[in-house]
Design a protein around this ligand. Sequence first.
Ligand code: SAM
Length: 244
Amino acid sequence: MKTMKWARIGDIIVLNREADDPEALLEMEGVRSVIRVEGIHGPLRRPRVRVLAGSGTETVHKENGCLFRIDLSRVMWSRGNINERARIPSLVEEGETVVDMFAGIGYFSIPVAVHSDPGRVYSVELNPDSFELLKSNITLNRVEGIIEPILGDCREVAPELDADRVIMGYVGRTHHFLDAAMECVRDGGVIHYHETAPEAIRFSRPLRRIERAAHPRRVSLLDKRVIKKYSPGVWHVVLDVRIH
Ligand code: SAM
C-alpha cells in the first residue's frame, strides 16, 4: 500500500490515498475539507480528486509572501517545486523581461513579480481554468502592472516574444518546447529548464537536448539541481543555462 503523504494547501488537507478517519482531520484548526488526489492527467495536468470530508476544493494558499488562489479539483499544486519558487526570484535582475512558458496559476510568475524587479513578466498558459486563476492571482498580489497573462500555446506565443529569462517548468515533454524557448531567449539570456530523466543521465540528457536546440549558439551551464525523485530511478531536475 502507498505510504500516506499529505499537504496542507490553504485550508484544505490533501492526501494521496484513503484515510481511515478523514473527518478527524477536520478538527485541525482552520481545516475546511480533506481531499484525495487520485491522479494528474494529460499535458494540461488536470487532477482527479475526491472530497473525503468537509466541503470545497477552492482555497487561497500563502507561500513565501505570495497568495495563490487555487481550485484543487481543476489544477494541480506542485509541492516539489517549493524551493524553486523561492530561488527563481532571487536570480531575476532589475528590468529583465521574463517569459514563463507554463505559467499555471502563477507558481513562478507571482513570486518573481512580488520579490524581484523585472521590467515585464509574460505568463503563458494554455488551460483556461488555470488562466482564470492566474488572472485572479495577479490581482490578489497587486502585480497587474508587471505580469501580462497570455492565454495560448507557448509554442506559438514564446517565439513572438524576446526574453532575458525563460522559465520552462515541468510539463512531461518539456524538451518538445526547447525550439520555441530558443526563439524567445535573447543572446546572453538564461533558460531554467525542467526535465525528468533516469539517474545515470539525469543532467547529461537535458544538457544534450538544450545544446542541440541552441545550435549554433553556445550553452553555458550555470547550475543544475535535483527537484525531487519522480519515480523509481527517475529524477526531476532543473538546469540553468545561458545561451550565447
Ligand atoms: N511552472 C509550473 C511548475 O513547474 O510548478 C508548471 C505548472 S503545471 C505543472 C504546467 C502548466 O503548463 C499547466 O498549467 C498546463 O496547463 C500548462 N501547459 C501545458 N502545455 C502548455 C502549452 N503548450 N502552452 C502553455 N501552457 C501549457
